[in-house]
Design a protein around this ligand. Structure first.
Ligand code: MG
Length: 281
């Protein structure tokens, strides 16, 4: 497999991303997996799933956390419900991340992806200190199992994330860079952010978006990769520039329109394959 296999964000059972059948149809051999919910995370399901993956020659690059009660309906809802940031859910979700990491281990995956949520900006607050301590604790637990944490971009500016990573100070926390999220959340221009975060970027999403008229207040609009404000060519060129090696994982979240989703992922594959040849040779 080359250094930059095309991947896709996928799920089994509940969650975002495409179904495994679509992965097979598209001829993709790398997935990031949106982790199934608790009741489906059984040994039996894991065994059946691994068998299926082997059958169609697919490898999981990252297992992504997906918690019940999360909502991306509005930026405000995201602020209230996503990841480890809501203080009242932190302990429960911390424990669930340990379970997800164990499930990922069963699947042979050593990378756990997560949207941790909007990090509090008052770095001298108890809430911020507790979030940092939570990440440290989880990073240490993951490290003991040979696993790493990949924090997805979106809610924070590149500088905000860098400050947080420095405060957490663990060497198994990396970035899953999603250029579209920088635009959707209004967190900054994606290419300069990618350059700033470069040394931490170990996985990515090939996703695209257009800026909102009120960045940070209302959502930007997700569009097919290559048709938005990301600049797909420059994104891939910058990945090369920062020395990124890893899957180019396409993400297209239009769950209500599976046929359109499949067609647009297929178009993104054609685009990426062409650019890969031009950029990486
Ligand atoms: Mg993403």
């Amino acid at each position: 497999m080359d250094n930059y296999p095309i991947g896709v964000f996928a799920s089994i059972g509940a969650g975002l991303g495409v179904r495994l059948e679509v992965v097979e149809e598209l001829g993709i051999h790398s997935v990031q997996l949106c982790c199934p919910h608790k009741e489906s995370r059984t040994q039996e399901n894991a065994t059946a799933f691994i068998e299926k993956l082997n059958q169609i020659g697919v490898k999981i690059s990252v297992v992504f956390c997906d918690f019940k009660g999360e909502s991306y309906e509005t930026i405000q809802k995201t602020r209230e419900t996503i990841g480890l940031v809501p203080p009242e859910l932190r302990e429960e979700r911390k424990n669930e991340i340990r379970e997800i990491a164990a499930f990922a281990k069963t699947l042979g995956c050593d990378r756990i992806g997560i949207h941790i949520g909007f990090i509090p900006h008052e770095t001298d607050s108890d809430d911020y200190r507790d979030l940092v301590a939570t990440l440290q604790e989880l990073a240490d637990d993951l490290k003991a199992q040979g696993q790493a944490f990949h924090l997805e971009t979106g809610q924070e500016t590149a500088d905000g994330l860098l400050g947080f990573l420095t405060d957490v100070g663990r060497d198994n926390i990396f970035i899953n860079f999603d250029p579209a999220n920088m635009i959707l959340y209004g967190s900054g221009e994606p290419i300069p952010a990618l350059k700033k975060l470069g040394k931490y970027v170990r996985s990515c999403h090939c996703k695209d978006a257009k800026w909102s008229a009120e960045p940070g207040k209302t959502w930007g609009c997700e569009v097919p990769f290559g048709t938005g404000d990301v600049n797909a060519r420059l994104f891939l060129e910058t990945l090369r520039e920062i020395g990124y090696v890893g899957p180019l994982t396409i993400e297209r979240e239009i769950p209500a329109e599976p046929e359109r989703q499949k067609a647009e992922i297929s178009q993104a594959m054609t685009l990426i394959n062409g650019l890969k040849t031009e950029i990486w040779g």
